[in-house]
Design a protein around this ligand. Sequence first.
Ligand code: ZN
Length: 307
Amino acid sequence: MRNFPIPIFLIIALLSSGIVVSCGSKKHAQTRSSINNLRYQVDSLRGLLLESKSTNAILKTENRELKKEQQAHLEKDQDLYSLLEDGMEKEYPWTGTQHFDLRKPNFVIIHHTAQNSTEQTIRTFKIAHTKVSAHYIISRNGEIFQVLNDYFRAWHAGIGKWGNVQDLNSSSLGIELDNNGKEPFSDAQIQALLGLLAELKSKYKIPQTNFLGHGDIAPGRKHDPSVLFPWKRLAEHGFGLWYNEDYLLSPPTHFDPLEALRLIGYDISNPRATIRAFKRKFMGEEVDEDLTEKDIQVIYNLYKRYL
Ligand SMILES: [Zn+2]
């Protein structure tokens, strides 16, 4: 089996930036112990990567071109190399530890591709200038494709915010649904999505509230998944929250619905965009008109669930 190339980078990056070179014997001993620690860390990471499904898929793939492309990307990508180097604070002595693994995803962001086929999206994710990716694509007939290892940072969320989390790419998995944005989502696709979400939720212990749409985290920029997406059905399966339709009450007079949306997680810096995002998801309409009495009751009900 061929070695996965990332550890090579880690070795180079960590060795070149983290080791204190010195003449004193005590410092030599420190350096040796640092190297041993580094080797242990790198070996652990290598093991983890080799065990991961998509890495194995790359190593086993019959598609030689794809295999070559992905390996070349990892071997030559200067951005990745710089990032690894950037993670080392060069001025501090390196001590090391063997107790570590990779950070886990804590959010799932759902998208629609706004394209016409899964093949088109697969191509888009491989074209150099697009600079977009996701972890999974689900086709209209419910076939699931993994694009990137769950532990790696895909480029799907862009500029956005949920609560105080601003870099959602760093903490989320991105799932693209093959859908042009105007058509209903097929049952096969939603069934496949529910299965995938169940796996991810249990594997990474993702909280129910952290299953979101792209439009939720970037209300001024994005509107996917579209108004046709079945959020209520997802909530019934434990992904995202829904309001209690049988228990809608008028809130107290001091209740501020926009402030409540902020506490739920929405960015309210553009209130009309926030209202549009809320109505798209919970009221089934793509409008940014003023909140109705029913809208306010729904926000009040949701807000109490988030307390
Ligand atoms: Zn999107």
